[in-house]
Design a protein around this ligand. Structure first.
Ligand code: ZN
Length: 140
């Protein structure tokens, strides 16, 4: 077998091992939170990057995490970094971010993340720009 054939075979094998959703580019992959414990604080170093990809106001996710994790917080300049003023297990932080995405970002009807939050009177609604579904969500 020539080197070129070997190379092509290798590519084919690698592609087979990819789950089909990844291969088609359909899966929504928000950045993994980078969490650093500093003294008595928990820092989410790439907070801005996460909220940019989720297309959500950093203050909204900050408030959610603060409430869920029972910790006061502050955002650094430009909301680059979120600082929770308590030591929190990074797995708990990741878990709450996943939950936030499940409730406040991904449309429960079509599973796409192309959504916006609209406030109608006192109700919060997750409006999907892909399928048009409107889902009431809990206020934060
Ligand atoms: Zn949808």
């Amino acid at each position: 077998m020539s080197t070129k054939e070997e190379y092509l075979n290798m590519l084919r094998e690698a592609r087979k091992q990819l789950p089909s959703v990844v291969a088609s580019g359909e899966r929504f992959m928000p950045p993994k939170p980078v969490i650093v414990i500093e003294g008595k604080q928990t820092h989410i170093v790439n907070f801005k990057e996460i909220t940019n990809v989720l297309n959500r106001d950093p203050k909204l996710l900050a408030r959610y995490l603060s409430k869920e994790l029972g910790s006061p917080y502050f955002l650094t300049e430009d909301a680059k970094k979120l600082i929770l003023s308590r030591r929190i297990d990074p797995r708990q932080v990741e878990n709450r971010i996943d939950r936030f995405i499940g409730t406040y970002v991904v449309c429960p009807h079509c599973g796409r993340p192309d959504t916006i939050i609209v406030k109608v009177k006192k109700t919060w609604i997750l409006r999907c720009l892909a399928c048009g579904a409107e889902t009431p969500i809990p206020k934060i």
